[in-house]
Ligand binder design. Structure first.
Ligand SMILES: Cc1ncc(COP(=O)(O)O)c(C=O)c1O
Length: 405
């Protein structure tokens, strides 16, 4: 009879602060689906769940790579033609002081490697609030406390510069900037970027510029995206990009980092990054062949994607404007809207009851972090107009029934 272990295997205490509201809510949605209801999913930012397809020339490039036997490990920083194409892309973004480029398994891995290579216990990194939860999860793993700066709703969700300045300590090593932003859909002005660059310069900080949505600017003609690293060429910046959003291939897990700034300042840090890149061997190999195809091939899909996003954003805003208790800053990039709600209960209760009663899934603001006393929810407006209209009608009816007394 083998000896059976009786003591339970507990997870590390450092995971206590890891939250991922987007996926956690999926459990409630699964329960509702098991009861036979169809869910209207306005919660997951995967374009491939809706009427968007990966451009065929990218699929061909990966298929050819697999057929040509590119199925072993690649070099740790990535295949040469992909690195070349990313450099070209960085130059088109106006980045002039490129010091290194590397390919990872999604921006998720870029974030993990870049934060791990930087932070010692006791250091801190300024992250936006509300934020994309991956950042706080990686910081929890590194046992680095969260030091969040607010985005200012009354200023179109621009980073609150006074709050950033106030939160910098002698142990602050860097600032995370998500632009275009998840969950607010805001896009930083050049002036904001210049001021953040100036703060980084004064306090010797590195900037992590998560620009994974940079081609999904909804009103592109009025409002082009400005890269952080273009505005502050002398400041150490790692710009994050990838195929998941702009190029509609999230399942391929391809992301990258572009490091820029003064060579002498950033080089020691980049040695640390490369050490970690080597330790995890490489990113998915055949999928890397799609990078050059994506960045240098036809960009026609972007016109169609932006057109769909504009129509769906406008429909979303019309509904927000017509609905009492809701107020929303117009999203200018990505595919998220982040309305505030004026209700007498928590936004987590609001979203959970909304799934249970009306089968519509959105994510509560408290899942992303928000200013105390405020309540929000995040809408993903990727679904087609018919689905969005049905979802908004259901949310409206839920709110009338629940809050009109
Ligand atoms: C701001 C932001 N950064 C990073 C990611 C992760 O991207 P990837 O699929 O490249 O890992 C996402 C995914 O939603 C995101 O919204």
């Amino acid at each position: 009879m083998p000896i059976t272990q009786t003591r339970e295997i507990s997870p590390a205490t450092r995971l206590e602060n890891v939250r991922y509201a987007i996926r956690d809510l999926a459990c409630v949605a699964d329960e509702v689906e098991r009861q036979g209801h169809k869910i209207l999913p306005l919660n997951i930012g995967d374009p491939l769940n809706f009427d968007f397809q990966t451009p065929p020339h990218m699929i061909e490039a990966v298929y050819k790579a697999m057929r040509d036997g590119k199925n072993g490990y690649s070099s740790s920083s990535g295949i040469p033609q992909a690195l070349e194409a990313i450099r070209g892309e960085a130059e088109r973004k106006g980045i002039t002081t490129i010091q290194d480029v590397f390919v990872t398994s999604g921006v998720s891995e870029t974030v993990d490697i870049c934060l791990t290579a930087l932070l010692n216990p006791g250091d801190n990194l300024l992250t936006p609030c509300p934020d994309y939860p991956l950042y706080s999860a990686v910081l929890a793993k590194l046992e680095v406390g969260l030091r969040a700066y607010y985005l200012k709703e009354e200023d179109g969700w621009q980073p609150d510069l006074a709050d950033i300045e106030k939160k910098i300590t002698p142990r602050t090593r860097g600032i995370v900037l998500i632009n275009p932003n998840n969950p607010t859909g805001s896009v930083c002005t050049r002036k904001t970027l210049e001021q953040i660059g100036e703060m980084a310069r004064r306090h010797n900080l590195i900037i992590f510029a998560d620009e994974i949505y940079d081609k999904l600017i909804i009103d592109i003609d009025d409002d082009p995206h400005v890269a952080m690293a273009e505005v502050a060429p002398d400041v150490p910046v790692v710009t994050f990009g990838g195929l998941s959003k702009n190029y509609l291939a999230p399942g391929w897990r391809i992301g990258w980092g572009i490091a820029s700034g003064e060579a002498a300042v950033i080089k020691p840090y980049l040695e640390g990054v490369n050490k970690l890149l080597r330790a995890r061997l490489c990113a998915n190999h055949p999928e890397q062949y799609a990078i050059q195809a994506a960045l240098e091939g036809p960009q026609d899909h972007l016109v169609e994607v932006r057109q769909k996003l504009r129509t769906r954003r406008d429909l979303t805003m019309k509904w927000c404007e017509e609905t009492s208790r809701i107020h929303c800053v117009t999203p200018r990039g990505a595919f998220y809207a982040y309305p505030s709600i004026d209700i007498p209960e928590g936004d987590d209760v609001f979203v959970t009851e909304l799934i249970r009663q009306k089968h519509v899934t959105v994510v509560h603001g408290s899942g992303f972090g928000q200013r105390p006393g405020t309540k929000h929810f995040r809408i993903v407006f990727l679904p087609d107009e018919k689905t969005l209209a049905a979802a908004y009608s259901a949310i409206g009816s839920f709110m009338r029934q629940r809050y009109s007394q």
